[in-house]
Design a protein around this ligand. Structure first.
Ligand SMILES: C[S@@+](CC[C@H](N)C(=O)[O-])C[C@H]1O[C@@H](n2cnc3c(N)ncnc32)[C@H](O)[C@@H]1O
Length: 191
């Protein structure tokens, strides 16, 4: 393992678990990680919720999901349900079945109307009073690109509030982005 792989391995097994627990992920919960890629958040989420909890890891990229599956096997994590979609924002999960939704470094792929559909789908699957945590990477001033490049953190906060979520906190720290750690802020809301 090279140094970067070691850093990400430590993130997934230790710091990422602490980070998710700090934002409110608890034992036995059901977590949805939308746009999970290779699982830099799904793996720590699976550890944080324990073997009676569940993590739904959704992505359209089969190759990335294969890597996530291999990691889950090597860590003996049996509570990650990997779902390959075709890029749609509809969630094939039951109403009020999820305790937390993670939208991490994925919003920039979606135009405003699609983001609103995604928030609405998240709202449908979340239980009352549950958590949606958003890492809006690629906003203005933070490597801006794609559909978020002209938006500020406050703009993202506002559109999520307009979709019916109640803002709870901004949580900043050294967190995973792509395949390394960077300083970033997540926005947490309650349904
Ligand atoms: C930049 S990665 C972020 C991965 C992970 N959330 C993280 O923060 O480490 C974005 C991921 O979202 C996935 N993605 C983008 N649009 C999607 C869609 N409509 N449905 C499912 N996955 C999508 C991409 O395939 C990619 O793996």
């Amino acid at each position: 393992m090279n140094d970067i792989d070691k850093e990400m391995d430590r993130w997934e097994r230790e710091q990422g678990v602490k980070f998710l627990k700090n934002i409110g992920i608890q034992n036995n919960q059901t977590v949805l990680d939308f746009g999970a890629r290779v699982g830099h958040y799904s793996i720590p989420a699976a550890i944080a919720v324990g073997n009676k909890g569940v993590v739904y890891a959704i992505d359209k990229d089969q190759e990335a999901l294969n890597k996530l599956k291999q990691k889950a096997i090597s860590l003996n994590l049996k509570n990650i349900k990997i779902i390959k979609n075709s890029g749609e924002v509809e969630l094939k999960l039951k109403d009020k079945s999820v305790d937390a939704v993670l939208l991490y470094d994925v919003l920039h792929f979606f135009k405003k109307t699609a983001r609103e559909m995604l928030y609405s789908q998240a709202h449908r699957v979340l239980k009352p009073d549950s958590l949606i945590s958003i890492y809006p990477k690629h906003i203005s001033g933070d490597d801006p690109s794609h559909e978020l490049k002209t938006l500020s953190l406050d703009d993202v906060k506002q559109e999520v509030q307009e979709s019916g979520f109640i803002f709870e906190e901004k949580y900043c720290g050294n967190i995973s982005h792509d395949d390394s750690l960077n300083h970033g802020c997540v926005l947490n809301f309650r349904k």
